[in-house]
Design a protein around this ligand. Structure first.
Ligand SMILES: [Zn+2]
Length: 391
């Protein structure tokens, strides 16, 4: 997964982003003549709904959701009723956690914030999470899929030059295609076919979408990715990756699914996706490689006891990072280059997610969280370029 881009160093950025949001809001509120006492509002909880209505006097529209940038792009503003300073690329899903009249405060792909006018975009309100298990309405499910890496961050690269960022994107796009139509699933064999047994998912949002900049090959910060999950009100957040640097030969694929130790039930989601990965990959042949531990895992920062991976630490819903196979190994790189294998990977994520949402199945090979002593150093988001809409 290219650990350098997933580990520590990000809390500073998040703290900065939150501070910036609050500061920006305070500045904006004072500009608009709002009492400063109200400028402290910083979240969408129901306890704050009175404050929200006061800050947002013209209407009481939901203040949290996802804005979809339409064809032609959309203008970014430094504040409501200011001059636009940048036109951001079409095809992006931008989460917003605040609304002021017709203005949405979005998080950009570079983790910073900007205002956009609600009339310029398509808006999807934050969904209300459902309880998983029997009776769960898949037709109302909201899923955020996160193809790992992008642009200058290639992720793992195979010996023949296949990059994780591109295969992750294709796999996520295939999961989306499965989820956006109703399907029949033969749960004995895992075979998926067109049918009506599992309804189409209510909403599937990608952090990197093929309709976005450069065919989906753009840089997306961890703060942006995690915020998109939260703002969408996702029932499930699935980050798609492939692995590098195995340590031992293995009779079975060395698949790993990392779960958020901080969010209940993430381990069950991880175990189910792991089980389905093994079922999908059993149809393929390779000299498999793996690490010392296989299955569903969680890594904790030994200093804080929190999730080591920034994406999982920030998750507010069941969330996993799927590490399908080892792109750094010739055999497994060749499999990832095969569309049939990428489809099998996607089908495993689909089946695991459906089982997580609509059954009480427990999933296989769930390991306890472990402390992780890898020092990835400080990572900065320096140099992230916002994708501009072409003229
Ligand atoms: Zn990766």
């Amino acid at each position: 997964m290219d650990i350098k881009n997933l580990g520590r160093g990000r809390p500073i950025l998040i703290a900065f982003a939150v501070t910036a949001v609050i500061a920006l809001f305070a500045i904006t509120a004072s500009m608009m003549g709002v009492r400063t006492a109200q400028a402290a509002y910083s979240g969408p909880t129901s306890a704050q709904s009175v404050a929200r209505d006061e800050v947002n006097p013209v209407n009481a529209e939901p203040t949290v959701g996802v804005a979809f940038v339409p064809e032609g792009g959309v203008d970014l503003f430094r504040g409501p009723d200011r001059d636009p300073y940048f036109r951001i690329h079409e095809g992006l899903a931008l989460p917003y956690l605040h609304r002021y009249d017709n203005w949405l405060l979005v998080t950009t792909t570079c983790n910073d914030t900007a205002w956009i006018n609600v009339e310029d975009v398509g808006v999807q309100d934050q969904a209300t999470a459902q309880s998983t298990g029997t009776g769960f309405e898949v037709s109302s499910a909201t899923i955020v899929l996160d193809p790992g890496h992008g642009d200058r961050d290639w992720g793992g690269v195979g010996p023949s030059g296949l990059s994780e960022k591109s295969v992750n994107l294709d796999i996520a796009d295939r999961v989306r295609t499965l989820m956006e139509s109703s399907q029949d699933v033969d749960w004995d064999t895992g075979t998926i076919s067109s049918g009506t047994a599992v309804s189409a998912f209510g909403s599937v949002v990608l952090t990197r979408d093929v309709i976005g900049p450069n065919g989906g090959d753009f840089e997306a910060g961890l703060g942006y990715r995690a915020t998109l999950g939260t703002a969408a009100g996702a029932d499930v957040f699935v980050s798609i990756h492939n692995n590098t640097v195995p340590r031992i030969d293995s009779d079975i694929p060395g698949s790993e699914v990392y779960y958020s130790a901080g969010v209940d039930d993430s381990d069950r989601l991880a175990g189910l996706i792991y089980e389905e990965l093994l079922r999908s990959f059993a149809a393929f042949d390779a000299d498999w490689t793996g690490g010392e531990l296989l299955g569903a895992r969680a890594r904790l920062d030994p200093d804080t006891g929190e999730d080591y991976y920034g994406l999982l630490r920030r998750a507010t819903m069941p969330a996993v990072i799927v590490e399908g196979v080892y792109i750094s190994e010739p055999d497994e790189e060749a499999l990832l280059d095969d569309p049939n294998f990428r489809q099998a990977y996607a089908e495993a994520v689909y089946r695991g997610t459906v089982r997580f949402l609509s059954t009480a199945d427990s999933g296989a090979s769930v390991n306890d969280p472990e402390y992780f002593h890898y020092d990835s150093g400080t990572v900065s988001g320096n140099g992230c370029q916002l994708p501009a809409q072409p003229e």
